[in-house]
Design a protein around this ligand. Structure first.
Ligand SMILES: Nc1nc2c(c(=O)[nH]1)N[C@H]1C(S)=C(S)[C@@H](COP(=O)(O)O)O[C@H]1N2
Ligand SMILES: [Mo]
Length: 377
């Protein structure tokens, strides 16, 4: 078509580049992104609990489900976003690029939306694979960009609401001329989205484990039927964990400090709790833990009532060598310093000689190789 004077948009002839297809995909993406944002916000608050916010200890599995929804919504969004970008890409070639200041602003917003959406999905997926090819800190950047994405999304939805509603309200029947109809295209994208969820959700949904082709971890693989995040060797604690001089110390706002050897710790009354480890990287697994209740230990030390604690690991460096336990979790009968998992003494990689396990809490805060509990007022 040399010298064709028609505008460039006519070069895109597929009926799939239609407002109705874009509208339906937009709705699906809107739902998925909203779920991912809300559960991501929850995860942020659980990991960086502000002092004014009490986070419930029940149900014990809440964080596990919330984080599972977060990861599944993100994974489901990948085919939806790619399809949506393909549907609307002729618009990227619209000519002239800007008709007015308003139009320039609108295109700027769409560009920001596309870039932040691609950024969130790609950083989330590489985090799930524990792979950090970028130079920035994952959690804080992923969290900050989520606000930009949501802000841009709100503007975009407000702007497109009417057009999309009109586009999807009419019947969507295409002539059966052999080319893919819009219905078939949407069904295919929906199926692709469902399929990637099915083959990856096994990392967090036990009955989908056999299908977990793309699952980054399987909840039942690893020593004692439980995945390992950081091994004892990687944390540099193999020796100190087996040192006969190991003590669990309870200090701080207490009437008498405790210093217990492993043998003494094992002689204390024991309790059992069924609790999951729910890693922020998207895998989770339930286990049966047996050990000493944190509150019993604090009572034995005569801790001040209503105390929080800082739990410290034998691990010398690293971000997750310590964690804080808020007062409701300290008092919760399910919060243990576990010595056994699934009926055996903890494997080195799961935190031997003792690890924290508390209800409704992200995996990053379930500190392994615990040696010190500091009672805070
Ligand atoms: N001391 C210490 N404890 C830690 C970690 C760590 O790096 N160091 N990783 C945490 C993370 S991110 C998770 S998901 C859980 C995993 O526990 P597991 O390896 O026993 O499954 O341990 C947590 N406890
Ligand atoms: Mo984790």
């Amino acid at each position: 078509m040399v010298g064709d004077p028609r505008p460039r948009l006519t070069a895109f002839t597929s009926r799939l580049h239609s407002p109705a297809v874009a509208g339906w995909l937009g709705i699906a993406l809107g739902v998925a992104f909203t779920l991912a944002f809300l559960t991501g916000l929850a995860s942020h608050l659980f990991q960086h609990q502000p002092s004014w916010l009490a986070l419930p200890t029940r149900p014990p599995w809440f964080y596990r489900v919330s984080q599972g929804v977060h990861v599944v919504a993100g994974i489901a969004s990948v085919p939806l976003l790619l399809a949506k970008l393909w549907t609307v890409y002729p618009k990227l070639f619209a000519w002239p690029p800007f008709r007015s200041l308003g139009h320039a602003l609108e295109r700027g917003f769409v560009l920001l939306l596309v870039v932040t959406a691609l950024f969130q999905l790609s950083t989330g997926i590489v985090n799930g694979a524990s792979w950090y090819p970028f130079g920035f800190d994952f959690t804080s950047t992923h969290y900050a960009v989520s606000w930009v994405l949501v802000g841009t999304l709100v503007v975009h939805v407000a702007h497109k609401w009417r057009t999309a509603r009109e586009a999807i309200s009419g019947p969507m029947s295409d002539p059966s001329d052999g080319a893919l109809s819009r219905r078939q295209f949407l069904a295919t994208v929906g199926a692709a989205s469902g399929l990637v969820v099915l083959v990856s959700a096994g990392q967090t949904v036990p009955w989908l484990r056999p299908l977990g082709l793309l699952a980054n971890r399987r909840g039942d693989l690893g020593p004692q039927g439980l995945p390992v995040n950081r091994t004892a060797a990687a944390a540099g604690v193999t020796e100190s964990a087996h040192d006969p001089a190991y003590r669990l110390r309870v200090t701080g706002a207490v009437r008498r400090e405790l210093s217990l050897s492993l043998a003494e710790l094992r002689r204390l009354p024991r309790q059992t709790a069924e609790l999951p480890i729910a890693c922020v990287e998207g895998w989770s697994a339930g286990a049966t833990w047996t050990g000493v209740r944190l509150r019993d230990l604090l009572d034995a030390a005569g801790a001040v009532p209503g105390a929080r604690v800082r739990v410290e690991s034998l691990q010398r460096g690293g971000r997750y060598r310590e964690s804080y336990v808020d007062a409701p979790r300290v008092r919760d009968p399910l919060t243990l310093l576990a010595l056994d998992v699934n009926g055996e003494p903890l494997a080195d990689d799961h935190g031997f000689p003792c690890r924290l396990i508390a209800p409704n809490r992200p995996g990053v805060l379930q500190t392994k190789w615990v040696t010190h509990v500091e009672v805070l007022r």
